[in-house]
Design a protein around this ligand. Sequence first.
Ligand SMILES: Nc1ncnc2c1ncn2[C@@H]1O[C@H](COP(=O)(O)OP(=O)(O)O)[C@@H](O)[C@H]1O
Ligand SMILES: [Mg+2]
Length: 253
Amino acid sequence: MKMDDSTRDLLLAVDGVTIDYGGFKALDGFSMTLQKGETRVVIGPNGAGKSTLCDTIIGRVRPSAGRVVFRGEDISQLPEQAIVGRGICRKFQAPGILSGLTVEDNVALAARRDRRWWRNLGFGIPAAERETVDRILEMVGLADCRHREAGPLAHGQKQWLEIGMVIATGAELILLDEPTAGMGPAETRRTAELIHSLGDSRTVLVIDHDMSFVEQLNATVTVMHQGKFLAQGDVASIRQNAEVAAVYLGHAA
Ligand SMILES: Nc1ncnc2c1ncn2[C@@H]1O[C@H](COP(=O)(O)OP(=O)(O)O)[C@@H](O)[C@H]1O
Ligand SMILES: [Mg+2]
């Protein structure tokens, strides 16, 4: 890799990574890089390896070849906990929300620097975290239901709460795997606005296959197919890419 201006603010490099499931390569020599502060969308047909890419970055699966470099450090053999400690966070899955707690307590617990947060249960939100929690509740549009229990929230609200919790951890790199799954058009638009509102304060890797959402994000798009890099560019160029179209239509060679 040339060391020029384009690599100066390099945050993450996935470098020739192969993930082998008993002979089947979910990732097959896949490479991509992320610059500090950018929002990137990864698309690709079902089974392309998008979720495996997230699993690899967060350390849930180990490459048999290649490496993942975060801020200049090879993290590909670190335990997931250590990777989270370095500043990478994947959106909490549904069980990540504690349904019996209020919306604001969920955000506050995610924000807690002391990750042994259960020690702090029931002691209220410390003043130092109050500001962060309030800012995030505004950001994800849940300020009005801060005192409601998280369990009965609508599906879209739960998704936003999960995103808010990821933001609250302070992670520099945020991985969102299909954040708009099960959302209608209005909720999807709101989610794009939410990701936009992060500006370049965070680096965000978004996986999604809803092209209207991808368009709203107006980010660079990386296309995967069969565990490999297929194409990259802005939404317009990806829309016009014949190889990409072929893959989505199932006509790829
Ligand atoms: N734990 C696993 N064991 C075996 N195969 C897997 C495993 N996880 C994923 N795969 C396979 O790897 C491929 C990529 O999966 P995935 O990364 O989930 O794709 P995507 O998120 O792009 O739909 C799929 O063919 C899937 O069946
Ligand atoms: Mg997936």
